[in-house]
Design a protein around this ligand. Sequence first.
Ligand code: SF4
Length: 88
Amino acid sequence: MLESDDLVGLGMAAHQMRLKKNDPRVVTYQIDRNINYTNFCTEYCSFCAFYRPLGAKDGYILSFEEIYKKIDASRKSANSASAKRFSA
Ligand code: SF4
């Protein structure tokens, strides 16, 4: 399985395993968020359109207050999604 490049087949196998191991009427999702506290980077990966070199005018570093706001927004979003699940 780890060496397969059949992504659709892997997804189908995972779905069958989920149905086998869990109540098929229940589906859960993970709400994941990466908070990019800065877009300054020194790696310069060729595929990346996100990074800005140190000192770039459009670069940013978030304050702790901004980071905490994003964390709170993520929590509210997760709670809202949870509430929808249980009210359905
Ligand atoms: S992907 Fe972009 S942000 Fe990430 S290490 Fe590479 S250049 Fe930096």
